[in-house]
Design a protein around this ligand. Sequence first.
Ligand code: F6R
Length: 333
Amino acid sequence: MSSNVYEDAWSTVVKSSTMYSEGCRRGLEAKIPNYSIERVLVVGVGGSGIVGDIVASMFDGYEVLVHKSFDVPAYIGSETLVLAVSYSGETAETLRAVSQTLSRGISVVGISTGGRLAKLLGWERLIAVSSGLEPRFAVPEMTGVAYGLLCKIFGVDPTNFLEAVRELEQYLRSVGVEDFRIVEKLVDRIAVCISHTHLRPAGLRLKAQLNENAKHPAYYVEMPEACHNEIEGWTDLSKFFYILHRSGFEDVVVKEAFDWVVEHLGGRGGEYFEIVVDASSKVAELLKQIAYADLLSVSLARRKGVNPFSLTTIPLLRPRLRKHRPKFSQQGD
Ligand code: F6R
């Protein structure tokens, strides 16, 4: 494998601060109708779906919900705006959810490079993002667009977000390959990504990036829920590598649970690593932990000699799912 793919993947992550801020500017400038709504339901799956998790975490106090499936919930109506995120615009689940939403007379706006989503919505209801990337590498731009759009819809000032993005930029200048030596312990073990509250999207992102970029088995575990079930199954620790997303803003209950996990694993020979970053706000902490997750997945891909850009298994299933996309009879599709 040429080392260029790892350098390209690494430098794409390093550019994420620019992608967030540029995306946010585009979301704020988007010419969309002046919606009067109470709730936004972000619809999308995979790399596009995580965008919903990230903005929902950042818009704490607003009703921003995430939906990663094909049928939108029955309870939504005209008080809800559906924000459909699909990088390719070709994803069966997202297209079906959008088609069903439109047939119920509910407003929809999309974030995409085009595809069938553009046909379904029309370009006037779509905010276009830069094409030519794998969807998961376009997450910072799509998140920036979604963030800017939500600021516009809910009348929120984006200053704090943009400050957090500047903090991320500084952070990304300071990290290097030596910060990811833990891949040596991870390479032969299944990753268990343990996260909580505002850092939940970082845990989900790490799991998905290890799966897709490093072709590595990884699972997501949420605190404090895991204290009531998951830990009982931690019997053979030798197969797993536990990654803990720690926070400088941890609630006492989360801190208690994490401290116990560290003692429990440490006392039984379990391998674990705590991701800790300095940050001035929860949003900055989340952005840095997402970037760390991205770079960790690229580092593991390099260690395993796999291509972080290509996918081998997901494309085997895609044609089966795509058969279930809504039909566009007028266009002959
Ligand atoms: C590929 C990736 C996938 C896709 C998913 C949905 O990079 O990350 O998880 O994001 O298959 O496709 P889109 O994003 O085009 O709707």
